[in-house]
Design a protein around this ligand. Structure first.
Ligand code: GCU
Length: 595
C-alpha cells in the first residue's frame, strides 16, 4: 500500500521549488484572488509577438508589455489600447471576426498584490485551449499543453506589490501530433476558457491529498496527504466532524502521510449523494473539502455501486453552454445541463470527449449523478509519437489529480473511437496502466470499436477490451448505419465477460422540423430511431448502461448543412435553446421504467 502511494505521488507531483509545481488540490478552500473579467487581448495570427521575422523566438515579444519610452521609441503593439476579451470565455463567441479563428491570442491582465510574510503565491488556470505560454512581469513562468485540464505555476519570487502584468499566449492551432489531433466533431473554442485566479498558501502547505474508500472496502478509508515546502515532517490530522472522526498521521521526509483508518459512514449514491465535511490539518496549514464515500467495482457483467448492481441511465454531454453557445464554464451552466439530464431520468453522464470544468463535477457530486470522465484521445491520434503519448499521459494525470476526491466520478475513459492497430493498443495500454497507478478506486473504460460478424450480429472483440473494466461502444444503427428499423434485426455479442455501456447512439433532428418517421432531420425520424434503439438495447444481456449522443445540440465545424445544421451537430435530445425534441420523451420513458 505505502509503496503504491509513494509511486502515485511521485507521478502526481514533480519537484518542489521550481516554478512548475504539481496541481494544487482544492483551491476553492484557499485564499484566492480572482483574475476573471476583461483582459486586454492582441490577436496575433502570425505570432509576431513571439517570433522575429526570421521565425526565431524573440526576447522582446509581447510578453514584455513594452511601452514607448520616448516619442522616437518603436513599439508596434499596445495591450492597453487593444480590445478586451472576457475571461473565462472562448474568443470564438465573443467576436464575429474570431468565430472561425484558430491561432494565437495574447492576453494581458494587470494587478497589484500585497504579499504577506511566510506565504507563497501561485497563478491557477482552470484550463486554456490549447497551448498556453505564461509570463509574469516579462518573465516566463511556464507552459501548458492540453485544452481541458487545470494547471498552476508558482510566482512567489516574481510577484511585486504594484503593477504586475500577467501575459498569456494562448494558441489553439490544431496539430497532427496533438491530443486531440486535427479532426474532431466539436468546435475548437480557443482562449482562457475557465477561471483564472491567484492562490495564496502558507510557506509549507497541503499540496495534494486523496481521501477515499480503500478499493474493496466500504468501511475503511485510505489515501495520502502531501505537503509542499521546507517543513515537510509534520503531524497531520484528518477530521470528519459529523461522525466525530479524528485520526492523526505523520508525514515522511518527502512530506507524505499515508492515510488509513476504519470508518462507518453513510455511503454516497445517486439516491443519497451524501457528502461529508472533511478537514485536513497540518501544523502549518489546513484545508477542508466536501467528500462522498462510495465503492465502485465490477463482477462479471455487473457494475456494483456500494456492492449493489446498478444500471447507468446516462446521456452524453459536450461542454457547450446552454442558450448562449460557446464553451460552458460556470456553475449555472453545469446546473442547467445536469438539471436536464436529471429531468431525462439520468443517474449517469458521459462527459465527452475531454475533462469538463470543475463546476460540472462538483455539481454531479452534490446532485448524485455518476460521471464518466474522458481525455481527448479521439479518432486517429499519432500513436507512434512519444511526445503525443507523454501529452496524453499528462492530461490523464491532471484529470485524475483534479477529480480524484469526487465520489461522482466512477469511470476514467482513455479513448473514443480509435482505429485498431498494435501501436494504438500499446499507446492505450500505457494510458490504462498509468491511470491504474494513479487511482485504483475507479473503473477504466473507453469507447471501443465493434464490427459485424454477419449481417445481423455485432461483435465486441476489440483487443482493448481485455484491459478495460467496463466496455464502451458507440453505434449509430439507424443513422450512419441503415434506417431505424435495422436495430430490430440486430443481435450483440461480446468476447468479454464484462459490463457494456452503449456509450453513443442517436441521430440528428432540428427542433421544430417535422415530417414522417423516415424523413431525415425531423423530430419524428429521431423519435422513431430512439424507439427502435431502446428495443434493441433491452435485448443485450450484458448491457449495464447507456448514454445516448447527446443531451444538447453542440457546435461542430463538420456540420455545415444550411437551415438544418448551420455548424451545429443536431443529435441533441434538446436544442441549444433548451427545447426538448420528441425523442427526449422516448428516452425519459425508458429511464422512468428502469428507475
Ligand atoms: C461519433 C463521435 C462523436 C460525434 C458523433 C456524431 O461517434 O464520437 O464525437 O459527434 O459520432 O457523428 O455525431
Amino acid at each position: 500500500m505505502k509503496i503504491f502511494l509513494v509511486i502515485s505521488l511521485l507521478l502526481l507531483v514533480p519537484s518542489v521549488g521550481a516554478q512548475q509545481v504539481g496541481l494544487i488540490a482544492n483551491t476553492d478552500s484557499r485564499k484566492t484572488i480572482s483574475l476573471d473579467g476583461q483582459w486586454q487581448a492582441i490577436v496575433d495570427p502570425y505570432e509576431s509577438g513571439f517570433y522575429d521575422y526570421r521565425y526565431r523566438p524573440s526576447d522582446n515579444g509581447y510578453f514584455k508589455n513594452a511601452k514607448p519610452k520616448s516619442k522616437s521609441d518603436l513599439i508596434e503593439y499596445d495591450f492597453d489600447k487593444s480590445a478586451s476579451l472576457k475571461v473565462p470565455g472562448d474568443w470564438n463567441t465573443q467576436s464575429e471576426q474570431l468565430f472561425f479563428y484558430e491561432g494565437t491570442v495574447w492576453y494581458k491582465k494587470s494587478f497589484d498584490y500585497q504579499r504577506r510574510p511566510n506565504t507563497r503565491l501561485f497563478v491557477y488556470f482552470g484550463a486554456a485551449n490549447y497551448q498556453a505560454d505564461v509570463y509574469l512581469n516579462g518573465q516566463k513562468v511556464g507552459q501548458h499543453e492540453g485544452g481541458f485540464t487545470p494547471f498552476n505555476f508558482e510566482i512567489t519570487n516574481l510577484v511585486q506589490t504594484n503593477g504586475n502584468f500577467l501575459v498569456v499566449k494562448v494558441d489553439n492551432k490544431r496539430r497532427r501530433d496533438a491530443v486531440p489531433t486535427l479532426m474532431t466533431d466539436w468546435w475548437n473554442y480557443g482562449g482562457l476558457t475557465r477561471n483564472v485566479k491567484l492562490v495564496e498558501t502558507p510557506a509549507t502547505f497541503i499540496h495534494d491529498y486523496s481521501i477515499q474508500l480503500q478499493p474493496g472496502f466500504r468501511d475503511r478509508i485510505g489515501g495520502f496527504v502531501k505537503l509542499s515546502g521546507d517543513k515537510l515532517n509534520q503531524r497531520i490530522t484528518v477530521r470528519i466532524p459529523e461522525p466525530g472522526i479524528s485520526k492523526s498521521f505523520t508525514t515522511d521526509r518527502n512530506g507524505v502521510a499515508v492515510i488509513d483508518f476504519n470508518a462507518e459512514l453513510k455511503l454516497w449514491s445517486p439516491d443519497n449523494p451524501k457528502l461529508y465535511e472533511v478537514i485536513i490539518e497540518a501544523e502549518t496549514d489546513h484545508i477542508n473539502d466536501q467528500i462522498g464515500f462510495r465503492s465502485v467495482e465490477t463482477r462479471g457483467v455487473e457494475i456494483l455501486l456500494n456492492g449493489k448492481p446498478i444500471f447507468l441511465r446516462g446521456v452524453c454531454i459536450h461542454e457547450e453552454a446552454p442558450f448562449r453557445g460557446g464553451r460552458a464554464y460556470s456553475r449555472e451552466d453545469a446546473q442547467t445541463l445536469l438539471g436536464w439530464a436529471r429531468e431525462l431520468g439520468a443517474n449517469f453522464v458521459r462527459l465527452a470527449h475531454y475533462p469538463h470544468n470543475e463546476f460540472m463535477i462538483r455539481e454531479a457530486d452534490r446532485m448524485g449523478i455518476l460521471v464518466w470522465s474522458e481525455i481527448p484521445v479521439y479518432w486517429t491520434i499519432l500513436w507512434e509519437n512519444p511526445p503525443t503519448l507523454e501529452n496524453a499521459r499528462n492530461q490523464l494525470s491532471e484529470m485524475i489529480a483534479r477529480d480524484k476526491n469526487r465520489a461522482a466520478v466512477v469511470i476514467w475513459s482513455v479513448a473514443n473511437e480509435t482505429p485498431l492497430s498494435n501501436a494504438r493498443l500499446s499507446f492505450l495500454k500505457n494510458l490504462i496502466t498509468h491511470a491504474r497507478s494513479l487511482d485504483r478506486t475507479r473503473l477504466i473504460s473507453a469507447a471501443m470499436e465493434r464490427h459485424y460478424i454477419n449481417a445481423t450480429t455485432q461483435m465486441i472483440d476489440d483487443p482493448l477490451g481485455e484491459y478495460l473494466d467496463v466496455l464502451g461502444c458507440n453505434e449509430y444503427v439507424g443513422w450512419y448505419d441503415g434506417l431505424p428499423d435495422k436495430a430490430d434485426r440486430l443481435e450483440w455479442k461480446s468476447k468479454y465477460q464484462k459490463p457494456l455501456i452503449m456509450s453513443e447512439f442517436g441521430g440528428d433532428a432540428r427542433y421544430g422540423h417535422h415530417g414522417d418517421p423516415l424523413t431525415r432531420w425531423t423530430e419524428e425520424y429521431q423519435e422513431n430511431l430512439y424507439r427502435h434503439q431502446i428495443a434493441m438495447l433491452k435485448r443485450i444481456p450484458f448491457l449495464r448502461g447507456a448514454s445516448p449522443w447527446i443531451l444538447m445540440d453542440f457546435r461542430s465545424p463538420r456540420r455545415p448543412l444550411p437551415n438544418i445544421q448551420d455548424y451545429w451537430n443536431r443529435k441533441g435530445l434538446i436544442s441549444n435553446r433548451g427545447e426538448k425534441k420528441k425523442a427526449f420523451y422516448v428516452m425519459q420513458q425508458w429511464y422512468r421504467e428502469r428507475e
